[in-house]
Design a protein around this ligand. Structure first.
Ligand code: FAD
Length: 312
């Protein structure tokens, strides 16, 4: 039996982060019908805390920026449909794509733009899975206030970790900064802030071994890579900020992915599959930032519109 199509449009956008919302604004203004299928509204930008590098705003909470983008997309006729994650994208004929969500709902469009971004990378150590949401967190903005006046560990040494540290330092009693490398790396302005903070204890060259606790986090075992000494830190929270992986599991054998699992796109944001476009952090674009996701989303919409006009 053929499955019922829930909804049809010229274009389906997958993901409602800054890339997807910008894409939808551009498509709507160009009078291409579209809707967004998404797990959440805002993606990583919604949990980015204060954003200080989006032109036009000296500083704005990520969530507020996203709400403005969503309002603008809806003004131009977009509908944001919260759904179970998309599990399948299929080109069924020359002019038609089918997109299926995990709840089994099926959607149809003439072109698809993927903006499904990235998700947090996990440590893969004992205690992490069991204690996620019970003291183990992947989001400083969301969970930082739960650890007011407590000691926490923050694992990671790159820009996301540094940004999270600046945020958390104002809330928690003390941060143990666990870095596998000798030095933190990140934007100079953030590193300057870190140097001025008094409640951070650094544990460089350290591996994270085990998170302790039964119903809640009670400690973290780390091991110095030089001395091989293991110590247990008495912390109530463990924040993991060790990078991210693209949300492309559902695109195996649909379009070309690079060795990091990112979607390969050409200058027009087209993937290796004609009519299937992609933008933002999910692609092989080298820099991953909110402003870049917006710019790439705009490009993808413009080229998708050109593609559809040339087809008709
Ligand atoms: C902690 C942190 C701080 C940051 N700080 C800054 C900053 O200060 N300045 C800056 O410019 N950038 C910052 N960034 C980076 C910025 O947030 C990202 O570059 C940007 O959000 C990428 O946008 P995107 O739309 O490509 O993807 P995302 O924001 O990742 O959005 C992806 C969307 O796709 C949806 N999705 C995923 N999989 C599926 C699926 N299978 N089906 C349906 N929907 C799906 C998600 O629910 C989400 O809505 C930060 C990131 C983090 C994590």
């Amino acid at each position: 039996m053929t499955k019922k199509i829930e909804k049809k449009a010229d274009v389906i956008v997958i993901g409602a982060g800054p890339a997807g919302l910008t894409t939808s604004i551009y498509l709507g203004r160009d009078k291409f019908s579209n809707f967004i299928l998404t797990g959440d509204v805002g993606g990583q930008t919604a949990v980015s805390g204060e954003i200080e590098n989006f032109p036009g705003y000296v500083s704005i909470p990520g969530l507020e920026l996203i709400q403005k983008m969503k309002t603008q997309a809806e003004k131009w006729g977009s509908e944001v449909i919260s759904t179970e994650p998309v599990k399948k994208v299929e080109k069924v004929d020359e002019n038609t794509f089918h997109v299926e969500a995990e709840d089994g709902h099926l959607y149809e469009a003439k072109a698809v733009i993927i903006t499904s971004g990235k998700k947090y990378r996990k440590l893969g150590i004992p205690g992490e899975e069991e204690l996620t949401g019970k003291g183990v967190s992947f989001c400083a903005t969301c969970d930082g206030p739960l650890f007011r006046d407590k000691e926490i560990a923050l694992i990671g040494g790159g820009n996301s970790a540094v940004k999270a540290m600046v945020q958390l330092a104002t809330m928690v009693k003390k941060i143990h900064s666990i870095n596998i490398n000798p030095e933190l790396t990140g934007e100079a302005v953030l590193l300057d802030k870190i140097n001025s903070l008094k409640n951070i204890e650094s544990h460089p060259n350290s591996d994270t071994m085990k998170i302790l606790g039964d119903t809640l986090v009670e400690g973290l075992v780390i091991k110095n890579k030089d001395s091989e000494n293991e110590i247990t830190l008495d912390v109530a929270g463990v924040f993991v900020e060790i990078g991210s992986v693209p949300n492309t599991d559902y695109l195996q054998n649909v379009c070309n992915l690079n060795e990091r699992g990112e979607i390969e796109v050409d200058k027009t944001n087209m993937t290796s599959q004609e009519g299937l476009f992609a933008a933002g952090d999910v692609t092989d674009v080298l820099a991953k930032q909110t402003i870049i996701a917006c710019g790439e989303g705009a490009k993808a919409a413009i080229h998708t519109a050109n593609y559809l006009r040339n087809k008709s």
